[in-house]
Design a protein around this ligand. Structure first.
Ligand SMILES: [Zn+2]
Length: 114
């Protein structure tokens, strides 16, 4: 029971960090995403649980990517991170990943370090 609460607090803390970061990103995002900030975002996202961060993923996609919402990108079969068409995937796993992150194969590979 106590481990569950610890886990929950950790997750909430991560969400707090994400929200702070997103606000900073929004303030800084006049000329695109600074490389350092993008790396920090990627690192945080990698640690975080994607299902609990759905709304924030949406925010990040809009502010760091090609200005596509996940919905728009998904509807037009594009990547919400780079805006390129996302139609070719290596395997079923990558295809499922697209349904969640709306990232093309290339962006997935970059993110996961493949
Ligand atoms: Zn992409």
């Amino acid at each position: 029971m106590s481990t569950d609460i610890t886990q929950l607090i950790l997750e909430l803390h991560e969400i707090e960090i994400m929200e702070t970061l997103i606000k900073e990103v929004e303030a800084d995002l006049k000329d695109g995403v600074p490389k350092k900030l993008q790396n920090e975002l990627d690192a945080l996202l990698k640690k975080a649980n994607p299902s609990s961060l759905e709304p924030m993923l949406e925010d990040i996609a809009v502010h760091t990517g090609a200005s596509l919402t996940r919905e728009e990108a998904f509807a037009t079969k594009r990547c919400c991170k780079c805006g390129k068409p996302a139609t070719n995937f290596r395997d079923e796993c990558s295809r499922r990943e697209y349904n969640q992150t709306i990232w093309c194969q290339e962006c997935q590979d970059k993110f996961f370090g493949v």
